[in-house]
Each structure stands twice: as C-alpha cells, then as structure tokens.
Design a protein around this ligand. Structure first.
Ligand code: NAD
Length: 267
C-alpha cells in the first residue's frame, strides 16, 4: 500500500484525489491538509470528498503527517514549494499539479530533485492532454513557418490564472521547436490596431465561463488550409487518475524532476 497525503484536500481537485485514492486497490489516504483558516479543518477528508468516512481528519499541519506517508499529492493553492522541501527532507515522493508556479519555484523543485528528491510536476495530468502536447511538438516540426500558430484555451469562471498552465506548456513546446522565446514571442489576446499578424509570433487566447473543465486547441493556419488539434476535458477525474499514475511511477523511479511525458513514456 502506498500511503498518500493530499494537500488542499477540500479543493475541487483535492476532493477528486481523495475519492480516487479511497477507491484504489494499492493506495491509502495517510493524511489530508487545508489552510489553517479553512472551515474543513478537523472534518473527515472522505466525508468532505463525498465518499465514506476514511478516518483521516483534515489537518492544518503538513509537517506532522510526513512520518506516516510515502507520497504527497499537492494541487493546492498554498505553499507548494515549501511543502515539497519538507516532504523531500523526509524522503517522500512528490506529485505537484498546482499551476502558475514561478520560474523560481520550478528552479527550487529542480534543486530538490538534484539533491535526491523524486518529483513529478505537470501543468496537466490528463493522458489526452499529454498526447496533445506530443502531437503539437510533432506538428510544429512537420509544418513550415507558413502555418501561423494560435492557442485557444477555455476554463470555468472560477479559474484564477490565465493563460492556463497547459496552454503555457503548449506554447513553450511550439517555441522550443521553432527556436523562439516564450516570453518575447507569445502575444496574449489582441485588441485595437495591432497591425497584421507577423510570422514570428504565437497567439494566446483565454476564454472563461461557466463550468468548463478545460479545453485546449492548437491551431496551425496557412493560406488555404488549417490543422486544429483539440482536447476537451469533461471531468476532473482525468487529472486525479493521472496524479495516481504519477505516484505509482515515482515508487520505482530514480530521484529526478519528471513531467507527465516521462510518466507516460511520450518522450
Ligand atoms: P481550489 O481553489 O478548488 O482548491 C485549492 C485548495 O487549496 C483550496 O481548498 C485551498 O483552501 C487549499 N489551500 C490553499 N492554501 C493551502 C495551504 N497552505 N495548505 C493546504 N491547502 C491549501 O482549486 P482547484 O480547482 O482544485 O485547483 C487547484 C490547483 O490545481 C490550481 O493551481 C489549478 O490550476 C491546478 N490544476 C491542475 C491540474 C493539472 O492537471 N495539473 C488540473 C486541475 C487543476
């Protein structure tokens, strides 16, 4: 049995993660945390997730749970990198799904993995989205610069960050193939008299509305034809399932900083 802590257990993703762990044959919920002021502190994580009581009360104290666990899954909007440092010091495997990590955050995760931590960090844990990423790299390589690349993502109206972490990963992949720079060459939305589109840019567009779980399209448009690669998630379960696959992957992996392309063998 792999004993897993879920950070942010009362969040939208946290609840799905708790549910999938409760339903799995090879994992057990060993701990669950929330921010100290959460109304769910002291409440059973299984009840919060809408499954049976699991005998694990949601705690505000991450450190106190580490000795009774093998792995941590963090999709919280809290102190993700700080938690990773604490978990790494105790030798736990770490799976991080939180998006909007800064370059400094990612550098710190790399430093932890260089010092022996086992980490999977990915902006999207769905198998389908990772196939989309793979196909986007392939299509970028095969189509010439005559094809303009635009990325369109859509999410629910409660999402705080834009563009989505997945859209950023898709744009980074295109930029890498073309030898371009994400920061300089991505154009976020367009408004007013911006002039004709140049060949040396990737358009990025974020739609927010209703309960959309997550849609991503990479559009390659040339004169006379276009190719559109689209993935649509209709449930958060796909991300939770992927996070559990990542925990199993780390159980036998060497120390390192991995992404879902590594986990799924798409590299
Ligand atoms: P949410 O707001 O519903 O959940 C976040 C939870 O984290 C909340 O319950 C919040 O109270 C908790 N939290 C905040 N600070 C904390 C702390 N210090 N300790 C413990 N818990 C704390 O958000 P969500 O929709 O579940 O998304 C969470 C994150 O996961 C976002 O960054 C989102 O973009 C990302 N996400 C990633 C994937 C993926 O596949 N990588 C998929 C879906 C969502």
């Amino acid at each position: 049995m792999i004993r897993v802590i879920v950070v942010g257990a009362a969040g939208r993703m946290g609840r799905r993660l708790v549910t999938h762990i409760a339903e799995s044959q090879d994992m057990k919920l060993a701990g669950a945390t929330e921010r100290p002021e959460s109304e769910f502190i002291g409440v059973d994580a299984g009840s919060v997730a809408g499954v049976q009581s699991l005998g694990v009360k949601i705690s505000p104290d991450f450190s106190s749970l580490l000795d009774q666990a093998d792995a941590v899954i963090d999709f919280s909007t809290g102190a993700v990198v700080q938690n990773a440092g604490l978990a790494a010091a105790k030798g736990l495997s770490i799976v991080i799904g939180t998006t909007a990590l800064t370059a400094d955050d990612k550098a710190e995760l790399k430093r932890l993995s260089d010092n022996g931590a086992k980490i999977v960090q990915a902006s999207n844990f769905s198998v389908g989205v990772n196939l989309l990423l793979y196909l986007t790299k392939l299509t970028s390589k095969m189509l010439s610069d005559d094809f303009d690349v635009e990325i369109i993502e859509a999410h629910h109206n409660k999402k705080k960050d834009a563009p989505s972490g997945t859209a950023v990963s898709l744009a980074e992949a295109v930029a890498k193939v073309k030898g371009w720079d994400y920061e300089k060459d991505v154009k976020h939305g367009r408004q007013g008299l911006v002039g004709a589109r140049t060949k040396h840019e990737i358009g990025m567009h974020a739609i927010r509305g209703g309960d959309i779980v997550g849609d991503h399209t990479v559009l390659f448009a040339a004169d006379g034809e276009r190719v559109e690669l689209t993935h649509k998630a209709s449930s958060r379960d796909t991300f939770a399932r992927g996070a559990l696959v990542a925990v199993r992957f780390l159980a036998s992996a060497k120390p390192g900083l991995y992404d879902m392309q590594d986990v799924l063998g798409l590299k």
